[in-house]
Ligand binder design. Structure first.
Ligand code: FES
Length: 326
C-alpha cells in the first residue's frame, strides 16, 4: 500500500474542449520524461477550493503522451469544487501533480476483453483500449452517454476500434443492455468498467446474474457519483461527542483532517480503503461512493471510506484511528 506520493511542479500546457462540459488538460511536470505507465493509472493534482489547498485524483487518458499527462475533467455543478478550479485555469498555469499510479489489475492472458464506459468513465478506458488492441483484436468498447455529442474521444477510439466501438446515446433511445451484453460474451472474457455508481451497481448485478466470476469484472467509478444528492452532513465523534459539519464542497476526509483528526489516505478515489473509518451509528443514510467495500459491507454500514463517501443526516464514528481489519 502506498502512502508516499511523488509530487512535481507542473505546467498546464494545453486545454481542449472535447464535448459540452468536458475539457481535456495536458499537464507537463518540470523535467517530464515521457515514460509508459500501467493501464488504469491516475495522478493527483493540487487544486485550490475556497482559498484552501486540496487534492483531486484524475485518470490518465490514453497511453504516455510526449506533451505531458492527459486528463479530462467534466465540469460538475454538483461537485466539491475541483472541476471548477481546473476549468478556471489557462495554459501556462502552474500546479503540482504526482507520478501515475494504478490500482487496476488487468489479466493480460485473456483472449477477449470487453470495456464498458459510462460518461466521463471513458477516460481510463482510452489507454486500456490502446494497450489491449496491441495484444489482441478481440477488444470491444461499449460507451453509454446522454447524447452522442457528449461522447469524448471518438476521434481516437473510432479509428482504433472500428465496429468494435458501440456508442449508446440515451436521447436516441439507445440503451446499453448490460444483461444482454454480458450474457453474450465468450467464456473467460475480462470486463473493464468505469462509470457512475448507479451504472456500476447495474453492471455488478448483471454480471452476477450471468453467473460470471466476480474477479473477471474489474471496475472503477468516480467519487463524485453517489446515489444521493451531495448535501452537507454532520459527523459526530464517539467519546468526545464533538460534532463537525462536512459541507457539500468538501470531503469528510479533508474536514476531519482540517479539524486536527489525522485520517490517513492514499488514493482519495474510494479504491484503496486506507481512509476507512469505523461507523458507530447513522441517523439518516450513508451514501457509499467507494469501490473498495463489498455490497455486503456497505449494507452493514460499519465502515465508510471518508475520502469519497457522504451521508444525509448524522454519522457517528469511532476513534479516528485507521480501521484495523480492512
Ligand atoms: S484514500 Fe483510498 S479509499 Fe479513501
Amino acid at each position: 500500500m502506498r502512502f508516499q506520493d511523488n509530487w512535481s511542479p507542473a505546467t498546464l500546457v494545453a486545454t481542449r474542449d472535447l464535448a459540452p462540459g468536458i475539457r481535456e488538460f495536458i499537464l507537463r511536470p518540470d523535467g517530464y520524461a515521457c515514460a509508459p505507465y500501467p493501464v488504469g493509472s491516475h495522478i493527483k493534482v493540487s487544486v485550490f477550493i475556497a482559498g484552501q489547498a486540496d487534492v483531486r485524483s484524475y485518470s490518465l487518458v490514453g497511453e504516455a503522451d510526449p506533451r505531458g499527462y492527459r486528463i479530462a475533467v467534466r465540469f460538475a455543478e454538483d461537485s466539491r469544487g475541483g472541476s471548477r478550479y481546473l476549468w478556471s485555469l489557462q495554459p501556462g498555469a502552474r500546479l503540482d501533480v504526482t507520478s501515475p499510479t494504478s490500482l487496476l489489475q488487468v489479466d493480460w492472458q485473456r483472449q477477449h476483453y470487453c470495456l464498458v464506459a459510462g460518461g466521463i468513465g471513458i477516460t481510463p478506458l482510452v489507454g486500456a483500449a490502446q494497450a489491449l488492441m496491441r495484444k489482441t483484436p478481440n477488444v470491444a468498447l461499449h460507451y453509454a452517454v446522454r447524447s452522442r455529442g457528449d461522447a469524448a474521444y471518438l476521434d481516437e477510439l473510432s479509428p482504433l476500434l472500428g465496429d468494435r466501438l458501440a456508442v449508446y446515446a440515451a436521447d436516441q433511445a439507445q440503451r446499453l443492455d448490460l444483461a444482454g451484453l454480458f450474457a453474450g460474451l465468450p467464456a473467460g472474457t475480462a470486463v473493464l468498467f468505469c462509470g457512475p455508481m448507479r451504472m456500476l451497481d447495474a453492471a455488478r448485478a448483471a454480471w452476477a446474474a450471468c453467473g460470471r466470476a466476480s474477479s473477471d469484472l474489474n471496475y472503477e467509478t468516480f467519487g463524485s457519483s453517489g446515489r444521493l444528492a451531495t448535501e452537507p452532513f454532520k459527523v459526530r465523534l464517539r467519546g468526545s461527542g464533538e460534532e463537525i459539519i462536512v459541507p457539500r464542497d468538501r470531503s469528510m476526509l479533508d474536514v476531519l483532517n482540517a479539524a486536527g483528526h489525522e485520517v490517513m489516505a492514499d488514493c482519495r478515489r474510494g479504491e484503496c480503503g486506507v481512509c476507512a473509518i469505523d461507523v458507530v451509528a447513522v441517523e439518516g443514510e450513508i451514501d457509499h461512493r467507494d469501490v473498495f467495500f463489498s455490497e455486503e459491507q456497505k449494507h452493514d454500514n460499519r465502515k465508510l471510506c471518508a475520502c469519497v463517501s457522504r451521508a444525509h443526516g448524522v454519522v457517528t464514528i469511532d476513534t479516528l484511528e485507521r480501521a484495523d481489519a480492512l
